[in-house]
Design a protein around this ligand. Sequence first.
Ligand code: BTN
Length: 245
Amino acid sequence: MALLIHLSATYSTNDYVKQLLLNGPLEEGSIVYTDFQSTGKGQRGNSWESEKGKNLLFSIVLYPTMIAADKQFIISQFTSLAIKEVLSLYTDNITIKWPNDIYWQEKKICGILVENNLMGGQISQSVIGIGINLNQITFESDALNPVSLKQITGIEYSIEEILHAIHEKIILYYQEILVGKEKEITTQYKSSLFRKEGYHWYHDKNSQFKARLLDIEDSGLLVLETEDKQIRKFAFKEISYILQS
Ligand code: BTN
């Protein structure tokens, strides 16, 4: 049976799960969640801020051995889609900001950190870490644009209730992948994207430019068309969105 482990505090649920997995596999779908992380990890080597007891911080373990290494982006797709669907039960204007941030309007409500182990060209193990701002109302870090569900609606949320709803949805979408429905997931992912219409500002290492979203490749590359009709492709670390404050 899948485990549900609750820790009052840990360094990082992703690191805790990976440590446990060194002693042998946990049942697929097992979850570790915590009230506080002393060294919560974000993408691009950033830290993840979360006030004790206020937010949902968890990691889930999967063994998606049928997913080829070059298709690993599908994990970000079904995970972000599951979270977007659940948060949309509580508020409007939830979108997925490529590759796998969850946004409310121009602000970030959730971050996802997927850490995969690869073996022979396939994924042998995936630890998916999810941080969702639920009940925190002030943010200390210099993160640009955090927002919590409580800041949006004024309501206090049950962390466990949202954890269970998201767990269920992730497993449901994962099972769709297992029966070959990647295309359906990808279509839903693309139709849920932040700034999927119109021209918006971006910057890469050289300059700022306006472009519109054309596509996301299966590998996860972002495909943009600039105002002068150039098609440009970007990996995650190569581009940033310029957000409205
Ligand atoms: C991001 O930078 O957008 C990703 C943030 C991921 C944060 C979550 S919180 C639970 C899990 N444990 C971690 O250390 N990070 C992820």
